[in-house]
Design a protein around this ligand. Sequence first.
Ligand SMILES: NC(=O)c1ccc[n+]([C@@H]2O[C@H](COP(=O)([O-])OP(=O)(O)OC[C@H]3O[C@@H](n4cnc5c(N)ncnc54)[C@H](O)[C@@H]3O)[C@@H](O)[C@H]2O)c1
Length: 372
Amino acid sequence: MTERLEPARFSSGIPGADYVIVVGLELEKELITAVQGTGIGRRVAVISDDVVGKKWGESVVSSLSEAGIAAELFTFPHGEKNKHQATVSALQDELLKKRYGRDTLILALGGGVVGDVAGYVAATFLRGVPYIQIPTTLLAMVDSSIGGKVGVDTQYGKNTVGAFWQPSAVIADLKFLKGLPQKEIVSGLLEAIKSFFTSDKDALRAVDTLALEDPLSSPEALQDIVVRSIKFKAGVVARDEREENERMVLNFGHTVGHAVELLSGFEMPHGFAVGYGMLVETKIAEDLGVLASADRALVCSYLERLGITPAGLKDFKVDDVLEAMKGDKKARGGAIYCVLLRSIGAVSTDGGNYAHQVEEGVVRKAYQSITQ
Ligand SMILES: NC(=O)c1ccc[n+]([C@@H]2O[C@H](COP(=O)([O-])OP(=O)(O)OC[C@H]3O[C@@H](n4cnc5c(N)ncnc54)[C@H](O)[C@@H]3O)[C@@H](O)[C@H]2O)c1
């Protein structure tokens, strides 16, 4: 691992929330600067899950304390199953019990689950306190730490309760990826290529050069993937924070993806679910004559390299997938909406709309032709 990777520093460009984003290696100083930037004398609560807290919590707390910033670690059990209201309440009760006040600063140290939970704690604690995202999975770096969507799952669906609450900074230190299980690296890469397929064909070159089995051995490619993904997402959020139209582009692969994720009982990593979603949704686009077969074949070749093939869908029956899709929050009045790829690096925006209503029969046919 090289220690001399020049950090990439840029701002989110999001109106009213133009926070700093840093991507690099060994970013302790950048984190301290970001903490100090939120105001002197804040009480810092580092919120993490048990896995990340054990692995990285102490080193983050001690690097802050070496800089004279007192910080305390709070953890909750890891996994999507714990991304719910009870976790948020327990964390907030603990903060209140320890008399944390409106001077609280929350650091969300972890993957997307921690970012969503800790961000929602921040959005609602004493009517809102600042927080900094410190993503520790590739998926959180390329996607979930950016954009200010925070919240939890309920028995009625994924991310069904939440808020828009932008962080004060995002510090993406690639060192946290050291030892991250391979499936989590692949999960993050699948979210990254989702963005590249919709907007940035050139970025696929960085994916081609990444050493999949040890991404930190190709730090420049890794940094390039994270920076390009973040810039794309921040740009979209800057133009459409509340997901009135363009932000829906980020949901490419998610209509089917969320259904599969739900049917797997959230056992399937989020990025893999999005990967299967892209497999089906590009078939829908091809069947509708929106996407050329050669472009779909290119998408499928990237997916296959990352282990996403039709065989992985065999346990999910089309009727169950359709039912789950209709219950998703992207569905409106039971109708199914998908983002349709038009070519590699561009989506269809016929009529100016990023999400297209797709007939159930079209989805059924595409799904069946892939899985039979
Ligand atoms: N808010 C958004 O805009 C947005 C966007 C995309 C996804 N998400 C959400 O993100 C979540 C998925 O995020 P995720 O894939 O990061 O999952 P995750 O947070 O559950 O992390 C995956 C696993 O890796 C472990 N882990 C995290 N960092 C580690 C590290 N550095 N070393 C070792 N283990 C580590 C975690 O403990 C967990 O077991 C989903 O809940 C999804 O809905 C949110």
